[in-house]
Design a protein around this ligand. Structure first.
Ligand code: AMP
Ligand code: ZN
Length: 482
């Protein structure tokens, strides 16, 4: 086991810091999840791949990780500030379906993409629409403490940014002179940077909002930012170790989350804030509104495996911009497929993974790179040096490859790995939960259930790695394409 310290770049301090959890051995992680009004694009998926690398790294460092992610199915307006219409309403008009149906459809599509990319499912996935009461309770606390106010007839409930003196500190860390300036003009606000906690039907510019609830402040719907604060607190408590999101969330969404949460509890909320940089296209940003965005499915239709995209993301550090091109995806495909061929060749020869001092030292180096602010490109190069080395024998190489698979999520290094159905995926998630809870009877029962479906398990720190143990059983399941 490697002893390298776990270091993470903390946006709060703009420094790489040793990670110290609130409670020894345990880590609570909150990740801002998808807004389910459309398919996630591959840029969004880069954000969740980064979260998955953190989760694996923490688990391999023997932390018990509680990973919570929200699903935004109401309240996220066209702009991250309070401007525009709820994205769910846009989707409703685009597709002629109810926003509830739209949310479920894209939530399922999102988790399917996650599974295809070997992103481990968070232990808690919480939908905003299931937590309206928690948000209302938090807004009531903010009102009672004087940090929030009602903007009067035709207004909404706002957070008073003047009352939180540290409001601009977090965003200033990214040297953005316009931080917090992207706010909508609204005469009901006391200060231009105040943001909405609860949209009343009269205060919202879009009174045809279909998703609406009663509240002590009038019928309406929650603002996007309060969703994350309320759900993170519900599942992780008043203080949390790590909060994740894309870099675009720093100036508005996370700044607002901090303001609400810290004013609510009177203490620092999050110890480590981690943000991923963007995936860019040659022509700049991907835009869902313009409809010109790449999805995991599009890459599959173009003849790639989702793992090729995951591998491409691993080749760039999460805090560096990554420019996407099909050429770079081709390079990733060639490299990933070569690794798979190697691993398959060893397995066919019935070579057994061999733990020796030499193979363990190599694995320790991979872990050390990951523990140094998730240095996946350097972890990959250690893997490649080992695979190419003439001094390391095949058994040792297979041992190193399996550890790299656990640390980096390399899809079992299997060329013909099929997709799991959501039901099979759920069984895996349940099995991991049982194992984590040390409920061995349930864990064994689920292992047997998976075995009956032809799925074998490799127990690992980050959760179960799976493989096809019996192809006949796996392919004979009802409804599965041969
Ligand atoms: P959304 O579903 O729009 O709320 O975004 C989901 C996540 O994807 C957020 O954490 C965003 O910061 C992140 N994100 C959005 N666009 C990109 C991109 N091009 N590259 C990387 N992350 C992104
Ligand atoms: Zn959030």
């Amino acid at each position: 086991m490697t002893t390298a310290p776990l270091q993470l770049f903390n946006t709060r301090t703009r420094r790489k810091e040793d990670f110290v959890p609130l409670q020894p051995g345990k880590v609570g992680v909150y990740a801002c999840g998808p807004t389910v009004y459309h398919f996630a694009h591959i840029g969004n998926m880069r954000s969740y791949l980064f979260g998955d690398l953190l989760r694996r790294t923490l688990a391999r460092a023997k932390y018990d990780v509680q990973h919570v992610m929200n699903v935004t199915d109401v309240g996220h307006l066209q702009s991250d500030a309070d401007d525009g219409e709820d994205k769910m309403m846009l989707a409703m008009r685009r597709e002629g379906k109810s926003p509830w149906d739209i949310a479920r459809f894209y939530e399922e599509a999102f988790f399917k993409d996650c599974a295809r990319l070997e992103i481990l499912k968070p232990q808690v996935v919480c939908r905003a629409t299931d937590h309206i009461a928690d948000m209302i309770a938090m807004i009531e606390t903010l009102l009672q403490k004087g940090y929030a106010y009602y903007g009067g007839e035709g207004g909404n409930v706002y957070f008073d940014t003047q009352k939180f003196s540290a409001y601009r500190d977090f965003a200033r860390l990214v040297d953005d002179p316009n931080a917090c300036a992207r706010v909508e003009e609204d005469s009901h606000k006391r200060n231009p940077s105040d943001f909405v906690l609860w949209f009343t039907l009269a205060g919202s510019k879009y009174p045809n909002q279909v998703m609406q609830w009663d509240s002590p402040f009038g019928r309406g719907f929650p603002g996007w930012h309060i969703e994350c604060s309320a759900m993170a607190m519900k599942y992780l408590g008043e203080r949390i170790d790590i909060h994740l999101g894309g870099i675009d969330h720093i100036p508005v969404h996370h700044t607002n989350e901090i303001a609400q949460s810290e004013c609510c509890t009177g203490q620092q909320w999050v110890n480590y804030w981690l943000h991923n940089e963007f995936l860019l296209l040659d022509q700049g940003k991907m835009s869902k509104s313009a409809g010109d965005f790449l999805t995991v499915q599009k890459l599959i239709d173009d003849g790639y495996r989702p793992m090729h995209y995951r591998y491409l993301c691993l080749t760039a550090h999460y805090r560096k911009k990554l420019k996407f091109s099909y050429e770079s995806l081709d390079h990733a495909r060639a490299a990933y497929d070569t690794l798979c061929h190697k691993a398959e060749e060893y397995r066919e020869k019935r070579i057994v993974p061999q733990k020796t001092l030499r193979s363990q030292v190599t694995v320790d180096k991979i872990d050390a790179h990951m523990r140094s602010d998730l240095g996946s490109p350097w972890a990959l190069s250690v893997l490649w040096d080992a695979v190419r080395s003439e001094d390391i024998n095949p058994g040792e190489k297979l041992f190193i490859m399996e550890a790299a698979d656990s640390a980096l999520g390399l899809g079992g290094l299997q060329l013909d790995r099929p997709e799991l159905t959501p039901a099979q995926q759920d069984l895996l998630t349940q099995r991991d939960a049982a194992r984590r809870a040390k409920d061995w009877a349930q864990s064994d029962a689920l292992r047997a259930q998976l075995a009956a479906l032809g799925i074998g398990l490799k127990d690992r720190p980050e959760g179960s790695g799976w493989y096809i143990a019996d192809a006949t059983l796996f392919h004979s399941q009802e409804g599965r394409k041969p």
